[in-house]
Every structure is written in C-alpha cells, then in structure tokens.
Design a protein around this ligand. Structure first.
Ligand code: SAM
Length: 278
C-alpha cells in the first residue's frame, strides 16, 4: 500500500509557529526529508522528536526525489520540511512533490508559515491578486527579461533577496520599475524583525547607509505598475497595430479574437483595431 508525502511548513524564525498538525506529522512519519540535515536536525531536537533524516537539496534533488518517492510508494510516510517556511516554495521540495505525483503517491499539504505571504499580509499594498517572483535570476538575459516583465506587471509582486544581493536587486528594480512603493520585510517573526514601508529608491538608500542592515532574511513586496507604466513597458509597446494582431494570430488565435485581444491590451474599442487590419 502506498504511503504519503506530507508537506510540513516549519517556522521562518519563531518556534512558536509550529502548528499542532505540523508537530503531529513530524511525530507520526517514518522519516523526514529536509534540505539541510543540520537545520532539520536542530528543529527536530528543539521539538523533542527523533526521526531518520534524508537529505533532499539543490545538488542531489533528482536522485533523492526518486529515492524518497520510491520509499513512499512502498508504504512509508515521509514529512517534507525545508530550511524555513513552506516546502516547495522557492526551494528543492518542488522536485520531490513532482516525483511523488509521478509515482502516484498521495501528497498531503499542511498550511503554515511562508515568508512571501507573511510579508504580503503586512504590506498594505493591493493583495487580492499578487505575483510571487522568488529570487531574481542572478544575471544576464534572464534577469533583464524578468525585470522588464515586472515593469509592466500590474499586480503586487513579492521578491526574495539575500544580504549579498539586496543592494543590486534594489538598484536594478528601481531602474527598471521606477520608484515604486514597497514594504521591506526583514527577519520576520524573529527578535530583530524589521518592516519598513518605503519606496525602492529610499530602501536602497537605507540599505546603503545601514538603516536597514544587510543581514538576515529579506523579502520585498512591491507595488504593481500603474496603467501608464504597464502600457509603456508592455511587450506590444513598440509594435504597430498590424504586428500586434499578427502576434496573436501566430499564437493560434482567430483573426477576430486577435483583434479583440489587441484592443483589450491597448484599451481601445475593437472597431479601432479592426479598421486598421481589415
Ligand atoms: N520556503 C520558504 C518560504 O515558505 O518562505 C522560502 C525559502 S527561500 C529558499 C528563503 C528566502 O525566503 C530567504 O532568502 C528570504 O528571502 C525569505 N525568507 C525566509 N525567512 C524569512 C524571514 N523570516 N523574513 C523575511 N524573509 C524571509
């Protein structure tokens, strides 16, 4: 009989955030899969739980996912934890969950701490819809493309960063997105928690002069683009109307649907687009 993979969120800093269900899952499982066995071992020690730890991290994730999924499919119950927060959100847990689905074993998620949601909830920015960006790509074309997509993104965005990258991330975000409002969330739930409602340029200044220390865990919640910025940075901004419609036709839309989509992008009546392409 197949076992189960339990996805068990762990604290992002405050041990009091281990839920009774998370504790129970860790107590009842056959083994725990974790990113770093030292970090996972310390948490279990603090909770007074003794379990076999199996490492599943960035550099062994393919092999360990296959190994763990195989054990679960033979009937064991595995609790997946990450170094902090919700496993599989911006961490290698994602591969293990995919491997378990592929192996046909049950995946049971438990709700719990997640830095992105915790920061978003304190941002005061529109949060009915938002995008989670995780870490920005390190360099090159991928980084430029991501920054340019964010420049026209209307929804509030959550970005993760690190003390090493924070100054460069803020400088690139301010250059690409303009000086948007944001919440800088540092060390959430910990003793030195710091949340600063500020702007991208001001946050960069504060990081550079030490008002926001380049230390600890950091998440940024950034205001979405306003309508003007979204159109100015949109993928179609440099296209004429014909090319814009042809773009959608090439994606497989009928000419009429392509006209409707281009009209919606540009915020004009579809007759105005249709007049130009018929
Ligand atoms: N799975 C985790 C989650 O649910 O939030 C995220 C894992 S990701 C590898 C680690 C990043 O999350 C950190 O670099 C930081 O950007 C963010 N983070 C984690 N703990 C945080 C905290 N206490 N305060 C602010 N950001 C935090």
């Amino acid at each position: 009989m197949a076992g189960t993979l339990y996805i068990v969120p762990t604290p992002i800093g405050n041990l009091g955030d281990v839920s009774p269900r998370a504790r129970e899952a860790l107590e009842d499982c056959d083994f725990v899969a974790c990113e770093d066995t030292r970090v996972g071992g310390k948490l279990l020690f603090l909770l007074g739980i003794k379990k076999e730890l199996v490492s599943h991290h960035e550099h062994n994730k393919k092999q360990s996912a296959a190994y763990i999924a195989d054990r679960i499919s033979k009937g064991e119950r595995c609790a997946l934890i990450s170094d902090a927060g919700t496993p599989a959100v911006s961490d290698p847990g994602e591969e293990l969950v995919a491997a378990c689905h592929k192996a046909g074993v049950t995946v049971t998620p438990l709700p719990g701490p997640c830095a992105a949601v915790c920061a978003l909830s304190a941002s005061g920015l529109p949060s009915r819809r938002f995008v989670f960006e995780g870490f920005l790509p390190d360099k090159g074309k991928e980084r430029k493309e991501r920054l340019s997509a964010l420049a026209s993104e209307r929804r509030t965005a959550v970005v993760y960063s690190t003390p090493h990258d924070i100054a460069r991330d803020l400088a690139d975000l301010a250059a690409s997105l303009g000086n948007r409002r944001m919440l800088f969330a540092r060390e959430l739930t910990k003793m030195n928690e710091q949340t600063v409602q500020t702007s991208l340029a001001e946050a960069l200044r504060m990081v550079e002069n030490g008002e926001i220390p380049k230390k600890g865990e950091m998440a940024l919640v950034i205001e979405g683009a306003d309508e003007a910025a979204a159109s100015e940075n949109a993928f179609w901004a440099d296209m004429d109307v014909q090319t814009h419609v042809a773009h959608y036709v090439a994606l497989g839309f009928s000419k009429m649907d392509a006209v409707k989509k281009a009209a919606k992008d540009r915020g004009v009546p579809k007759s105005a687009i249709y007049d130009e392409v018929r």
